[in-house]
Ligand binder design. Structure first.
Ligand SMILES: [Zn+2]
Length: 421
C-alpha cells in the first residue's frame, strides 16, 4: 500500500492522503489568507474519495475534483454531504469576492450526484479495486467519522482517526475507541498533543462569568465560532446558563441542516430549545445589536472573514467590550494574529484591537492524554506503523510513541510517500 501525504503534515489544514494513487481520504483547504490547498491539486485524479467530516480543512477542496471527465465517487455520511455542499457554496461566494475561485456551482451539483452516503458501521466495497472501508463515529462534529480501510490483496488494515473527540459535549456523543478494530497502520490527528484540555464545567463557568461581567458593564461580548459544530455548542452552553445570544452568520443554516439529522446529535431537543430562544441577526440589524449590551455568536471562528469582522471593527477600541475566542487558532489565521500581535487584517486593512481578548478551549478534539491512550490502545493490539498528522508538533508526538511502544512512528512531511508492506 502506497501512502502519499498531500497536506495536513506538521500543520492543521488542507488534510489530504492519497492511497495507491487512486483513493483519496479527505481533500481540505487551509483557512489562511490566501487559502492553502493540497499538493498536486491539479494532477490528482482519484477514483474514489472518502471524506471524514465537513470542516473545510478536510472537505473544502472536494468539489474541485469534480471538474474532470470522470469525477470520483465520493463517500461520506449524509450530514457531511449536506454540510459540504453548504460550505462549498459559501467558498464560491467568498472566492468571487476575493478573486480566488477553485470550483463552481456545477461542481457542487456534480459532487452531490457522485456522493454515496455511508452510515456508521456500513461496510463499503469500492468499485474496481480491492479495498473495503467502514466509518466510525468520531465524536467531533455531527457526521464526523474515523475511517477503517482494508486492502484485500495485501491484507493491510489502516485506521485514520480524522478529527476525533473522546469526551461528550452538549452537541455530540463521544467516539468509542473500544469499538475500533485493530489495525496495522494508524494515522492519528495530533492537534492537542502535549496540551491537556481544561475542566469543561469550570471553564464554562469562567466563560459565562466573563460574559456577564461584560454585559453588566454595558459592553458587547463577541463569540467567534465555526459555523459547523461550535456555533451550535456555544448557543447550547449560553442557553443553559439563561443567556440569550444573537446568532449571526452561517451557523443558523447549519443548525437548520442539523435538525434534519437528529440521530447524529446527542440531544436534538436541547439544541432546538437553545435555538428557539436565540435571536438571529442579518446584516441590516448588526448596528442595532451593538447599540445595547449583547452577546453575539458569529462566524468565522478564526476571524478569517464573515460578520465577525464587522463586529470586531466596531468594538475594537471599546474597553468595555470583549472578544471571546472559543478554540484553537491555526497558524496563519487572523485569530492567531489577534492573540500574538493584537491586530487582525480586514479587507486589506490592519485593524488594531484594544478591546479585551480572551481565549477558551471548547475544543472538539481529543486532549493529550486521550491521544496517548488511543495510540497505546492501537499499539497494544498490533499496530506497527503510526503516522502523526494534523498538528504542529507531530515530530514530538512520533518521538513519544517510539519511546513508549517501540513501533515505527513517523511525522510525515507534505509530499512524502511511504510504502507499507
Ligand atoms: Zn474538524
Amino acid at each position: 500500500m502506497k501512502l502519499k501525504f498531500l497536506g495536513g503534515c506538521n500543520e492543521v489544514g488542507r488534510s489530504a492522503l492519497l492511497v495507491d494513487d487512486k483513493l483519496l481520504i479527505d481533500y481540505g483547504m487551509r483557512p489562511s489568507d490566501p487559502p492553502g490547498v493540497p499538493l498536486g491539486v491539479e494532477s490528482t485524479a482519484p477514483e474514489s474519495v472518502i471524506v471524514s467530516h465537513a470542516h473545510l480543512d478536510h472537505s473544502g477542496m472536494v468539489p474541485s475534483l469534480m471538474n474532470s471527465g470522470k469525477p470520483p465517487r465520493v463517500y461520506m455520511t449524509s450530514v457531511t454531504r449536506d454540510l459540504t455542499m453548504l460550505l462549498g457554496r459559501d467558498t464560491i461566494r467568498v472566492g468571487k469576492e476575493e478573486g480566488m475561485v477553485f470550483f463552481d456551482e456545477e461542481d457542487i451539483r456534480r459532487m452531490n450526484d457522485c456522493t454515496h452516503p455511508v452510515a456508521y458501521g456500513e461496510r463499503i466495497i469500492l468499485n474496481s479495486s480491492d479495498y473495503e472501508f467502514e466509518l466510525y463515529n468520531a465524536g467531533h462534529i455531527p457526521g464526523s467519522a474515523s475511517v477503517y480501510l482494508r486492502k484485500e490483496s495485501e491484507d493491510i488494515r489502516l485506521f485514520y482517526t480524522g478529527d476525533i473527540k473522546m469526551d461528550v459535549t452538549r452537541l455530540m456523543e463521544s467516539a468509542s475507541p473500544a469499538d475500533f478494530p485493530p489495525s496495522d497502520v494508524l494515522l492519528i490527528e495530533s492537534t492537542y498533543y502535549d496540551r491537556e484540555h481544561r475542566n469543561r464545567a469550570e471553564m464554562e463557568r469562567e466563560f459565562i462569568d466573563s460574559i456577564r461581567e461584560t454585559l453588566d458593564s454595558g459592553g458587547n461580548a463577541i463569540v467567534p465560532c465555526f459555523a459547523v459544530g461550535r456555533t451550535q455548542e456555544m448557543v447550547m452552553v449560553l442557553h443553559s446558563y439563561g443567556l440569550t445570544p444573537y446568532v449571526d452568520g452561517m451557523g443558523l443554516s447549519v443548525f437548520n441542516l442539523f435538525k434534519n439529522y437528529p440521530s447524529f446529535l446527542k440531544d436534538a431537543g436541547a439544541m432546538n430549545d437553545a435555538f428557539d430562544s436565540a435571536r438571529f441577526v442579518n446584516s441590516k440589524r448588526r448596528k442595532q445589536v451593538l447599540s445595547e449590551p449583547s452577546v453575539i455568536v458569529t462566524t468565522a471562528g478564526m476571524l478569517n472573514g464573515g460578520p465577525v469582522l464587522y463586529y470586531l471593527k466596531k468594538i475594537r477600541e471599546d474597553p468595555k467590550s470583549k472578544v471571546l475566542l472559543t478554540g484553537y487558532q491555526i497558524a496563519g489565521t487572523n485569530g492567531r494574529r489577534l492573540i500574538e500581535e493584537g491586530c487582525v487584517e480586514a479587507n486589506g486593512e490592519i485593524v488594531k484591537v484594544s478591546a479585551g481578548v480572551e481565549q477558551y478551549d471548547f475544543s472538539a478534539h481529543a486532549g493529550d492524554s486521550e491521544l496517548k491512550r488511543l495510540v497505546s490502545r492501537f499499539c497494544k493490539r498490533g499496530t506497527e506503523v503510526v503516522f502523526m498528522v494534523h498538528g504542529e508538533r507531530t515530530g514530538d508526538f512520533a518521538m513519544w510513541t517510539r519511546a513508549n511502544f517501540g513501533c515505527e512512528a513517523i511525522a510525515p512531511s507534505n509530499g512524502e510517500e511511504f510504502i507499507i508492506e
